[in-house]
Ligand binder design. Structure first.
Ligand SMILES: Nc1ncnc2c1ncn2[C@@H]1O[C@H](COP(=O)(O)OP(=O)(O)O)[C@@H](O)[C@H]1O
Ligand SMILES: N[C@@H](CCC(=O)OP(=O)(O)O)C(=O)O
Length: 385
């Protein structure tokens, strides 16, 4: 009886979120390299045209669409006579430089057949993580949408270095969805859904709904794409879904040929259910869009205080410090095994912190002055990971 009631509740909830998918006004669609290229390695113009047809239909229906498209590196391989995706960054960047032009050129022509103009938006990590920069990115995207153009976003591969690279557009798409306050994120891949394991193996089954982390327990989420042109496999897609649903944005993950069905609310792919409440933007950004500048190692009492009791972090609970941060920078708080438990904005520079470790704030204030009574990370500037 209880089971039947639970099932009825889950079915009703699933229905409501599917309705949210069809009702979405502002939609971010991300398409992976493997859905845009031929087996031989060039751009598959037929598949690009199918996608633009679906997206143009949405715009005609009054929706706002932002497309995050991979495929620059993959599209640049054949023209450069490269047989497969290169391993080194410089050749990847050369391929992206050739391929991005071809990609956007084809999108522009394809959308033009539907009477639509596209705007190319190439972003680096800094553009969506640094406050001053992401405001600029937001303004440009907003203006393009107001002008009824379709923004086509990709990572600015030619200038990104290994250190400041997203490397995968799934996370970029989730951050763009949060940035433009989207109602829906659609992740299109060469696989039609998330499966219980590598879908090329027999016996794996489709996961229709992910309500929470518990639904992902026991699932083998693989890295490699079978076509060899994709980058992150399922890992980065599930991570992107975590980020977007954590910002209260539902996510549909499905295959590019099923895009129209998914957007029509048909029960295809995998639907990741959003958290009901949108978190404070500042903390969402701190958790997902910052790169930590250092690590503070906590003893078990401090982990307990920060994680279970949501307290500020004091110098007494820190055993070691790594990194070259200054006051105000994001740092990770790690436990005694080195696993990050929280991220926060630190109130001290890396050079002055080691002398304070293990000492109480009362003792520090008496020895060094009242300014040293302050927390190392205030609980309002702290987000659990
Ligand atoms: N549990 C899983 N469910 C679905 N696909 C998976 C799973 N684990 C690994 N994969 C692989 O991830 C691939 C998609 O990732 P990727 O090739 O990077 O795509 P894209 O180019 O669309 O970003 C699929 O082709 C599939 O082989
Ligand atoms: N910026 C790169 C895409 C990197 C990427 O995330 O690729 P994919 O896993 O196919 O979505 C490119 O355009 O080739």
């Amino acid at each position: 009886m209880g089971c039947a009631r639970d099932l009825a509740r889950a079915t009703a909830q699933n229905g409501r979120v599917r309705e949210a998918v069809t009702a979405a006004r502002r939609i971010v669609v991300k398409v992976g390299s493997s859905s845009l290229t031929t087996a031989a390695g060039g751009l598959d113009t037929g598949r690009v045209d199918n996608l633009t047809g679906v997206l143009a239909g949405l715009v005609a229906d009054g929706r706002e669409v932002v497309l995050v498209s991979s495929g620059a590196i993959a599209a640049g391989l054949a023209p450069l006579g490269l047989a497969r995706r290169p391993r080194d960054l410089a050749t990847q960047q050369a391929a992206a430089s050739v391929g991005q032009g071809l990609l956007i050129g084809h999108y522009a022509a394809s959308f033009a057949r539907h009477g639509l103009t596209v705007g190319q938006v190439l972003l680096t990590v800094d553009d969506v993580t640094r406050r001053a920069h992401y405001r600029n990115a937001f303004r440009t995207l907003r203006k393009l949408l107001d002008l009824r153009a379709v923004p086509i976003v990709n990572e600015n591969d030619t200038v990104a270095t290994d250190e400041i690279r997203f490397g995968d557009n799934d996370r970029l798409a989730a951050l763009v969805a949060a940035l433009v306050d989207a109602d829906l994120l659609v992740l299109l891949s060469d696989v039609d859904a998330l499966y219980t394991g590598d879908p090329t193996r027999p016996g794996t089954t489709r996961i229709t709904d992910v309500h929470s982390e518990a639904d992902l327990a026991g699932i083998a989420i693989g890295r490699a794409g079978k076509a060899g042109v994709g980058t992150g496999g399922m890992v980065t897609k599930v991570e992107a879904a975590r980020i977007a649903t954590g910002a209260s944005i539902p996510v549909v993950l499905t295959g590019a040929p099923l895009a129209a069905a998914a957007l029509a609310g048909e029960p295809v792919g995998t639907l990741f259910h959003p958290v009901p409440q949108r978190p404070a933007a500042r903390l969402f950004w701190l958790a997902h869009a910052t790169s930590p500048r250092g690590r503070l190692h906590l003893d078990s009492g401090a982990v307990q205080a920060v994680v279970a009791r949501r307290k500020s972090l004091l110098p007494a609970g820190i055993t070691a410090v790594d990194g070259a941060f200054t006051a105000g920078d994001p740092v990770d708080l790690v436990d005694d095994s080195g696993a990050p438990v929280a991220r926060g904005l630190v109130n001290y520079d890396a050079v002055e912190l080691p002398a304070l470790l293990g000492r109480s704030t009362v003792e520090l204030a008496a020895a060094l002055g009242p300014a040293y009574e302050r927390e190392v990370v205030h609980r309002d500037d702290l987000v659990l990971l």
